[in-house]
Design a protein around this ligand. Structure first.
Ligand SMILES: [Zn+2]
Length: 282
């Protein structure tokens, strides 16, 4: 099935800049698959949201929570990817403008123009190369963003936790690497409620499978290097998902951050270690 590059590029630009309707398949606690369509904000906006500090909560007793939260690492992977996506779009735009002389914000329209030229021309290898480069560059950025944001993980329903706005079902990536999203009550549309990863630390405890590194940082309030050091010291288990090549963590082994309190201490060393090894590094 041939899909014109203009359509592909249009779709990629829409995902990056405007937002789109994502078809989501998720499984309930009995393992039954369900399908829903949920509007997603642009990937750039979602990556941006990953890099900012958690918002202040309305409760006054949680005022100190942000102090503790500010010590938590920003998601540098999301930050870098955000920059790379912005650069890729900018480069695609200027390259296409040079090649077509068109000045439209729609990359798809510019690509369509260039595609028509390539079809009409006997020797348009430069233009063909431009189209291939833009298509593969934007594709790889969108693919990376989807992985970082947990889109391509299987989705599961949170047990016993209905949406507080509409009573609908809340779903999340199996490894907790995505936002928690409402898909609405059965047979009804989503109310659009979305919990950013940083807002739903307590919900992580309902995830029974292994969670992503980002989710583990959110859960513990500790940095990626700290988690890796704990794993190297045998305090917690780190496994690499063979499908994605990314590390996963067991939430039951991790200490949970408490709002308003200093970040939790490292879990204890395995008992086989000698006492000299047990000095707490914090
Ligand atoms: Zn809802």
């Amino acid at each position: 099935l041939y899909v014109p590059t203009s359509q592909v590029v249009h779709r990629l630009q829409t995902q990056l800049e405007q937002g789109w309707e994502e078809k989501i398949t998720w499984t309930d606690s009995e393992g039954i698959a369900h399908h829903d369509t949920v509007f997603q904000a642009s990937l750039l906006a979602q990556l941006q949201a990953e890099t900012v500090e958690p918002r202040a909560t309305t409760s006054s007793e949680n005022k100190n929570a942000n102090k503790a939260g500010s010590k938590a690492p920003g998601n540098t992977e999301a930050l870098h990817l955000h920059e790379e996506c912005v650069t890729a779009l900018k480069e695609a735009r200027s390259t296409l403008q040079r090649a077509t002389g068109l000045n439209t914000p729609s990359l798809g329209a510019q690509v369509a123009h260039l595609e028509a030229y390539v079809l009409d021309s006997c020797s348009a290898t430069t233009e063909e190369q431009i189209l291939n480069d833009i298509r593969s560059d934007l594709s790889s950025k969108v693919r990376s963003a989807r992985i970082v944001l947990g889109y391509d993980m299987p989705k599961v329903a949170l047990p016993d936790t209905p949406c507080d706005r509409c009573g609908g079902v809340l779903i999340v990536a199996k490894d907790a690497s995505s936002d928690v999203v409402c898909v609405g009550p059965e047979g009804a549309a989503s109310c659009g409620k979305r919990y950013r990863r940083k807002e739903w630390v307590s919900l992580l405890e309902k995830i029974t499978s292994r969670i992503s590194t980002e989710a583990a940082c959110t859960y513990t309030g500790r940095s990626v290097p700290t988690l890796y050091r704990w794993a190297a010291e045998g305090r917690v288990g780190r496994r690499v998902d063979p499908r994605t090549g990314r590390s996963t963590w067991d939430p039951s082994e991790l200490p949970r951050a408490v709002p308003g309190q200093p970040p939790p201490l490292a879990p204890s060393l395995p008992t086989a270690r000698t006492p000299a090894d047990t000095a707490e590094q914090g």
